[in-house]
Design a binder for this molecule. Sequence first.
Ligand SMILES: Cc1ncc(COP(=O)(O)O)c(C=O)c1O
Length: 400
Amino acid sequence: MSFDAAALRALIPALKSGSARFDAPGGTQTPLPVVDAIAAALTAPLANRGRATEAERNADRIVVEARAALGDLLATAPETVVFGRSATQLAYDLSRMLAKTWQPGDEVVVTRLDHDSNIRPWVQAAEAVGATVRWADFDPESGELRPEHIEAVLSPRTRLVAVTAASNLIGTRPDLPAVAALAHGVGALLHVDAVHYAAHGAVDLAALGADTLVCSPYKFLGPHLGVLTGRADLLESLRPDKLLPSSDAVPERFELGTLPYELLAGARAAVDLLAELDPLARGSRRERIVASFAALEIHERTLRSRLEDGLAALPGATVYSRAADRTPTLLFTVDGREPADVSRRLTEHGVHAPAGSFYAVAASQRLGLGDGGGVRVGLAPYTDVEDVDRLLSALAEVAA
Ligand SMILES: Cc1ncc(COP(=O)(O)O)c(C=O)c1O
């Protein structure tokens, strides 16, 4: 097993500005092979999907290859990979589709840990049909959302549980297989927001126990679009609103209008890059993805420990990321300092660590941070030890 952050850094033009970037949970910087794949898609002949001309075949090939790549990334069949504008748009579309099958009195579970993108679509879809929303809490002390938190709000009327695979605010990774067993035990579906998780771990739809799942390639070196996948039989059973002449096949049924072929080409390139993060990995692309995430996890754990040790020694700092199982995404505050002020001062030192609640407003409030949140430091595959040391020495000056 091996991991070479320097080799990846060399591929990312945006890092040449010299800043130390900790803003990856908001979106990663883009490597050249992804840019090149986007440019190649747009500079070759390109038309709507078809078989008749080279331009049509190029579009068709891009879609087929992108579905195969995302299928490998998520351990799901390519035919179940749906592309959309963003995870938020796909969650809204899915919530409206599923709500067609809900009755007044049915229940939907959302959690206080989640990004609002995995809360509001479900709340609004439930409201539209008279279903009841039940909120699962998490423990603000440990930052953990445990299966008992979900169990406490389940009932025989629960139709759906929407939960994150990893919090974009504090990194917590709930025990999803246990949550899935509980949800399925009462006959509910499990929808998983894997937008933050997918940047740090190999997603496996079936192993997580998810019925449906979303992620966003721009969080893992790819371009800005969203991906939905789910159990094939479930997707077959759903009937989205769609145009009459457009395909009724799965997954095209769920994709409104023309796909952004160039972004699909970029997403495929990003998956190929992820599969190469461990240059010693061998086997199928899926096998190399799993090996690469294992190598990445070791790299990120080392940096996370260094970061946590530094933050623990920083006078007045409180770190809110405390769950036993979590991504290397740390939220902290400094006594007597506004998070936005700390973030602004870090920027003056060439260190980018944004402040806020990052759309996880309910989680921020539950942590006692109101809507304002804290300073968020997120590691990416291209983060290196120099970045971490620059952050810590800048923080020491800012906090002094
Ligand atoms: C955990 C999580 N879920 C959902 C989203 C929304 O993703 P998108 O921008 O693709 O709608 C984000 C974006 O930051 C996120 O971090």
